[in-house]
Design a binder for this molecule. Structure first.
Ligand code: NAP
Length: 259
């Protein structure tokens, strides 16, 4: 019995920069279950890496399309291409975030007006913009997932403006879930534990965060890219049709701890 029902479904994956990217973990599992994967990328460097990775693993992408989420015209063009390629979309993986590195180095109180707006635009508003763009393509219903982090609700040293952006992202998930529910489209966030990726390098206290999780999380270890991908697959699939507007933790239980 095919419990997932993702075979031959069209899923857009945004945010693969290299093999460590959380989005790449999700893409690999999507290929494994027979989904058609369409990628979006921003930098040419990411495109080059993605093409090499696809070749290495012998995967064929349905399409690879440039999309800069800071730019409305780029989003419109990208999802027009998605429409031309597949017509109907069943899933969207939004795994995109960015903040000025300088805003993560200093105390949060020094965040600039521009830096605040930029982080919120890239890391939270982008979910609203791409959900709006993909809604007309999810004519058979669908599932949208995004990646969040515990810094949305707790003060984590060095996470600063990204924490505020993740709080806005999580709230946006709930409002979007309410708007899109009538179209049979679900919207959820995965709150992933700390994973060593390119983006994580921008968080100065990252090594300390990994060590603290190992000491205190109920599972006494950090989670893997594959574990986040597996929950992502569940949230994209028929296994989770009753779930929307949720923040699902894949963090070894760390979020339940008092310290
Ligand atoms: P990553 O590999 O560096 O992925 C981040 C992606 O965001 C990159 O592919 C990057 O594309 C893309 N991006 C940034 N600005 C963009 C823009 N304006 N338009 C389009 N794409 C843009 O890091 P990751 O850790 O996998 O991050 C993925 C998501 O997981 C993020 O939302 C992150 O906050 C979240 N998350 C990460 C962790 C962790 O510990 N790693 C934990 C919880 C949540 P380019 O490189 O091409 O610019």
């Amino acid at each position: 019995m095919d419990l997932l029902q993702l075979k031959d479904k069209n899923v857009v994956v945004m945010g693969v920069a290299n093999e460590r990217s959380i989005a790449w973990g999700v893409a690999k599992q999507l290929f494994a279950v027979g989904a058609n994967v369409l990628f979006t990328y921003r930098k040419e460097r990411s495109l080059t890496k993605l093409e090499k990775m696809l070749e290495k693993y012998d995967y064929t992408a349905k399409a690879i399309i440039q999309c800069d989420v800071n730019d409305d015209a780029s989003i419109e063009e990208a999802f027009q291409r998605v429409k031309e390629e597949v017509g109907v979309v069943h899933g969207l993986v939004h795994s995109v975030a960015f903040a000025n590195p300088s805003d993560l180095r200093d105390d949060f109180i020094h965040t600039s007006r521009d830096g605040f707006a930029f982080a919120l635009d890239t890391s939270a508003y982008s979910l609203v913009a791409v959900s709006k763009a993909i809604r007309p393509l999810m004519t058979e219903g669908g599932s949208i997932i995004t990646m969040s982090y515990l810094g949305a609700e707790r003060v984590l040293d060095g996470y600063n403006i990204m924490g505020v952006a993740k709080a806005a992202l999580e709230s946006s998930v709930k409002y979007l879930a309410n708007d899109l529910g009538e179209d049979g489209i679900r919207v959820n966030a995965i709150s992933a534990g700390a994973i060593r990726t390119l983006s994580a390098k921008g968080v100065p206290s990252f090594n300390d965060i990994l060590s603290k999780i190992e000491e205190t999380a109920p599972l006494r270890r950090n989670v893997t890219q594959e574990e986040v991908a597996n929950m992502s697959i569940a949230m994209l699939s028929q296994l989770s049709t009753g779930v929307t507007g949720e923040i699902v933790y894949v963090d070894g239980g760390y979020n339940i701890m008092g310290v």
